[in-house]
Design a protein around this ligand. Structure first.
Ligand code: PMP
Length: 429
């Protein structure tokens, strides 16, 4: 264990390297919010920093750590694969890739039979957009306001927050955004130029937005009537996060293309995937099997992690666990809201993906900092900073979930007291 002086030195040196070689802004934000000590290791639902301080992780890698950190079954599978072969030769067929895509077909919505394994969520979205373009031969894509699909050019084009887009224009030329959850607006926007509609099932970075129960059924009908494909982005929601294997199951809707990443790699390997029907695959790969390819995607290490991740999710009933613990989390957060309605405007969630919408961005930031001081990590929402997200690993013990709710309640209370003190001081002046 490092002594205090060594920890200070490590923090300063790492901050300086971030300033000079990584990203000065991130160093500034982390130092300002009290996270100047770098992370050291992680296991299960916990992360330890270099000083040995232990945090309960309710950010969960924005959905990547559904199985917790260093899940032993996934680590074991990857380690065994590493003894045989790490990356693809690109010459032979790969049994582990074949097994992965077969297993994925067995859990994906019906009719989604083929998968392409890549390395990240945004790559999965790029592949999905290309599939829709070639299958329909149409130019346009429709996304949702505040939606988030990644930060490469295509993904950014269909994402819905201007600040991340405007400096990179021109993006993909024919794109439209419609309000999430409003099927009439989609019906008005779609045309015979629309290749696909791309939506998250639960909008994550927008602050855990949940559509009306008939929304996706209507979206499906609108796409079908128009000859457009429906791409559902399950990068964050896939593999049990919302209390179903795929969030589309909440709505009884089968998309044409599904994108995945995050939990797919079991929290050990960085992977993404897009999957679709035989008809779409025929358009994409039927003519030229190399029309879309990747050097690292679908490598044996990644595939061994995917197989172990899916099997562990099924064997340990984590989908059901997410549903049950999710109800507990939501009712716990709703109780906090009813105590502090002037601070918390709304609480919403599905499974172990919950969002607390505060009256203002600053309140959300203060609550995140308060949780951090109490050794709990909760997430900031990129496209709606008023919302604090709670996305613990699906394996979180029930008493630790209770503790997380208690810490959030304390942080909200503390923030409320701080605001009251500042307001009454201002009134006295
Ligand atoms: N789609 C969704 C719904 C996401 O939440 C994210 C990442 N937050 C992405 C795509 C992009 O994934 P990645 O960061 O792996 O590129």
């Amino acid at each position: 264990m490092l002594d205090e002086a060594a920890i200070d030195r490590l923090s300063e040196e790492t901050t300086e390297k971030y300033r000079r070689h990584v990203n000065p802004g991130i160093a500034g934000i982390l130092n300002f919010s009290g996270f100047s000590v770098p992370e050291e290791r992680a296991q299960g639902c916990y992360i330890w920093d270099a000083s040995g301080r232990k945090f309960l992780d309710c950010v969960g890698g924005y959905g990547a750590f559904s199985l917790g950190h260093l899940n032993p079954k996934v680590v074991d599978a990857v380690r065994k694969q590493l003894e045989k072969e790490a990356l693809k030769s690109h010459f032979f067929m790969s049994t582990v890739l074949a097994d992965t895509c077969e297993l994925m077909a067995s859990v994906l919505p019906e009719g989604i039979e083929y998968s392409f394994i890549c390395n990240s969520g945004t790559e999965a979205v790029e592949g999905a957009l290309k599939c829709a373009r070639i299958h329909t031969r149409r130019p346009e894509f429709i996304g949702a306001t505040n939606g988030f699909h990644g930060k490469s050019f295509g993904s950014l084009s269909v994402s819905g927050r201007e600040i991340y887009k405007k400096d990179f224009e021109p993006l993909l030329q024919e794109t439209k955004l419609v309000p999430f959850g409003d099927a009439d607006a989609l019906a008005d926007a779609i045309s015979d130029r629309s290749a696909a509609v791309i939506l998250e099932v639960v909008q994550g970075e927008a602050g855990v937005n949940i559509a009306p129960s008939d929304y996706f059924g209507r979206v499906r009908e609108i796409c079908d009537a128009n000859g457009s494909l429906l791409i559902l982005d399950e990068v964050r929601t896939g593999f049990g996060r919302t209390g179903k294997m795929f969030a589309s199951e909440h709505y009884g809707v089968v998309p044409d293309i599904v994108t995945m990443a995050k939990a797919l790699g079991g929290g050990v390997m960085p992977v993404g995937a897009f999957s679709s029907t035989q008809a779409v695959w025929e358009s994409m790969f039927g003519g030229n099997p190399y029309l879309h390819s990747t050097t690292f995607g679908g490598n044996p290490l990644a595939c061994s992690a995917i197989i172990a991740a899916i099997n562990t999710t099924i064997e340990e009933n984590l989908v059901q666990r997410s549903e049950i613990l999710g109800e507990k989390l939501l009712s716990g957060l709703q109780a906090v809201r009813s105590k502090y309605p002037w601070l918390i405007k709304n609480v919403r969630g599905k499974g172990l993906l919950a969002g607390i919408e505060f009256a203002e961005e600053d309140i959300a930031a203060l609550v995140i900092a308060g949780c951090g001081r109490r050794d709990l990590l909760a997430a900031y929402s990129l496209n709606n900073p008023k919302v604090v997200r709670v996305e613990p690993p699906l394996i979180i013990p029930e008493d630790e979930l209770d503790r997380a709710i208690k810490i959030i309640a304390e942080s909200v209370e503390e923030t409320g007291a701080m605001i009251e003190a500042i307001t009454s001081e201002a009134e006295c002046e």
